[in-house]
Design a protein around this ligand. Sequence first.
Ligand code: FAD
Length: 120
Amino acid sequence: GLSLQAILETVEQAPVAISITDIRANILYVNSAFENLTGYTRDEICGKNESLLSCNTTPLEVYRDLWRTIQSGKVWRGTLVNRTKTGESYLAELNIAPVLDAGRRITNFLGMHRDISTLH
Ligand code: FAD
């Protein structure tokens, strides 16, 4: 099979922005594509909340739906307006999935997103 190191390198080099958070969306890991897209280095953003990416124009109901979905153990798919470190906004197509332990309890969340601004 694949070694843990090879799995890590695959996630690290995946051509989609990946982040792994705790259950409150505090960032624990981001991959290289995430750094490139958002402009934040991993040292800057680890320990911060995903809400740092919010451009604050998204209706509250969208976030409520997001949290209701992922806390019930399902994958949330949607589009949000995000902003980079330099304040540039972009359209983010997101997939947010819960990560479960053997007891089916949520231990982390996995976020994957890409910039779809240019597709619109
Ligand atoms: P807040 O006032 O913090 O939240 C708005 C509403 O969301 C709240 O009223 C509540 O209903 C709900 N909510 C927020 N936090 C929680 C919680 N811990 N438990 C239950 N309900 C809660 N947001 C983005 O804008 N862009 C992203 O790219 C993005 N990626 C994410 C990736 C992952 C893996 C996760 C888990 C979350 C991500 N989020 C992202 C959502 C982010 O964590 C914030 O909830 C969102 O940005 C709103 O933050 P806020 O400070 O504007 O509003």
